[in-house]
Write a protein that binds this ligand. Structure first.
Ligand SMILES: NC(=O)c1ccc[n+]([C@@H]2O[C@H](COP(=O)([O-])OP(=O)(O)OC[C@H]3O[C@@H](n4cnc5c(N)ncnc54)[C@H](OP(=O)(O)O)[C@@H]3O)[C@@H](O)[C@H]2O)c1
Length: 339
């Protein structure tokens, strides 16, 4: 079977901010499915900040992307051929697939999703990896309590905007940190955060935050690291909790990203700082999706997506994450469903 297919491969490892030079587009065939395999036509492809880490050849919690191979990430698609009893043509699925129009994979690599329960794109965001990251990081590590103050950085992004809303559901006061006035307005006016600051325009992040957190900070959900987190760590209450989710401010840095040392701050506040990877919670994903879907259906949880059109624009959508171009989950729409 030969139909038009294309893939994007990692041609060169980025140094600093990735550019188009790091990627090449290759024409490839659609592999015919063997027994137990399905062919999935991509509808939405997710681009995520963690992928930057996998583009480098450094020790991490997961292997680097191999050079000259297609980049893998989460994809929502539809089955267009099936050699597996569990899947039929037209089924909507999600899985960890290549940046390709069509992926031929073992059926065990994808799971069926229900387009009636939520829009298909939601399975890459609020009901997918980023929603689950917010859910487990905040509730398991942050443990917000009624009346406490929760600060979240990257607050208008895919993870951050869900973190703030779950914290509100748990009765906390929530302050978000984001990179534009539009984003701050969105999280306060649309999502019900109590306050927000634009870290790009305030003179002194710590001073601005301390004015908004008169009772100190009990939970800091850290999506960004760097100077923003340095400022928040100075405002911690005793026994504060810090789910360390990400450090996007350093992903493209080529220097050592030196900052103040944290040990004394943590000791004085007796805070708990715990880094986590959403995959650590894989055996509890069902529980997370159930709660997130319930809050969505009750109207207690909202989400936003920034959808870039076209397979050829995947790298640009990815670069945009590091320039703050997205509000909510950044996705790339590849095609409309056929079935
Ligand atoms: N631990 C895990 O399992 C896990 C899972 C998913 C994501 N993460 C991490 O969580 C964080 C958020 O991920 P996401 O998928 O929700 O992405 P996102 O927040 O939707 O998108 C990235 C956002 O980061 C902000 N940003 C970019 N450069 C920045 C900088 N130098 N300083 C401060 N903010 C910057 C931008 O917003 P502004 O306009 O506000 O700057 C941008 O919109 C990332 O660090 C990611 O690696 C971790």
């Amino acid at each position: 079977m030969t139909k038009e297919n294309q893939q994007i491969v990692l041609a060169k490892r980025p140094e600093g901010m990735p550019t188009h030079e790091n990627f090449t587009y290759e024409d490839v065939e659609i592999k015919s499915p063997q027994k137990g395999e399905v062919v999935v036509r991509s509808l939405y492809i997710s681009v995520d900040p963690y992928m930057r880490g996998r583009m480098s050849d450094q020790k991490s919690y997961t292997q680097p992307f191999p050079l000259n191979e297609t980049i893998n990430g989460t994809v929502v698609g539809e089955v267009v051929e099936s050699e597996d009893n569990h899947f039929s043509v037209g089924d909507k699925v999600t899985g960890f697939l290549g940046w390709r129009y069509y992926n031929t994979v073992p059926a065990s690599q994808v799971r069926q999703i229900d387009g009636e329960q939520a829009p298909l794109s939601a399975y890459l965001g609020v009901l997918g990896m980023t929603g689950l990251t917010a859910y487990f990081g905040l509730l398991d590590i942050g443990e917000p309590k009624d009346g406490e103050t929760v600060v979240v950085s990257g607050a208008a992004g895919a993870v951050g905007m869900i973190v703030g809303q779950i914290a509100k559901l748990k009765g906390a006061d929530v302050v978000g940190i984001a990179g534009s006035d539009e984003k701050v307005n969105y999280i306060t006016e649309e999502l019900g955060f109590d306050a927000g600051i634009n870290y790009k325009t305030v003179d002194d992040i710590q001073e601005a935050l301390s004015g908004l957190c008169p009772n100190g900070v009990d939970v800091y959900f850290d999506n960004v690291g760097g100077e923003i987190s340095d400022a928040v760590l100075n405002l911690l209450n005793s026994f504060a909790r810090i789910p360390l989710c990400g450090a996007i401010s350093s992903y493209n840095r080529t220097d050592g990203d030196l900052g103040p040392r944290v040990q004394t701050k943590l000791l004085k506040s007796r805070a708990k700082l715990q880094a986590f990877i959403v995959g650590d919670y894989a055996d509890r994903f069902g529980e997370g999706v159930q709660d997130l879907a319930k809050w969505l259906s009750e109207g207690n949880l909202k989400y936003e997506e920034t959808i870039t059109d076209g397979f050829e624009n995947i790298p640009d959508a990815f670069f945009g994450l590091f320039q703050g171009k997205n509000l909510g989950k950044q996705l790339v729409k590849i095609a409309d469903p056929k079935y």
